[in-house]
Design a protein around this ligand. Structure first.
Ligand code: FES
Length: 107
């Protein structure tokens, strides 16, 4: 699924994609990542969190997740987030989302 333009993904936070469930794209240098957007602690969007060194920190209670594996790096979250394979093709970022993930606004 095409997520967004590469240029829409900032370097230190996420870019939320309006799928169901929502996912977020992240950039760390030249690497891109896609994870489920919803923090497993209390359903908060991870897109607004702080991303650094391959880890995103939730803005609400500071749980940390690996952008590579989805694993919890720091509490209070205890369950991992799902990660999705990504590919850059031209100016667009694509992700291999599960079939039951729906895109709301076409594309
Ligand atoms: S909602 Fe993310 S750490 Fe609490």
């Amino acid at each position: 699924m095409r997520l967004c333009r590469v240029s829409e993904v900032p370097d230190d936070e996420g870019h939320r994609i309006d799928t169901v469930p929502p996912v977020s794209a992240f950039r760390q240098g030249t690497e891109f990542f896609c994870i489920d957007d919803t923090c497993t602690h209390q359903d908060y969007s991870l897109a607004g969190g702080w991303a650094e060194d391959g880890v995103v920190e939730c803005a609400l209670h500071c749980a940390k997740f690996s952008l590579r594996t989805g694993a919890v790096i720091a509490p209070p979250a205890t369950a991992p987030v799902r990660v999705h394979r990504v590919a850059v093709v031209g100016e667009y970022l694509y992700a291999a989302l599960p079939e039951d993930y729906l895109k709301r606004n076409g594309g």
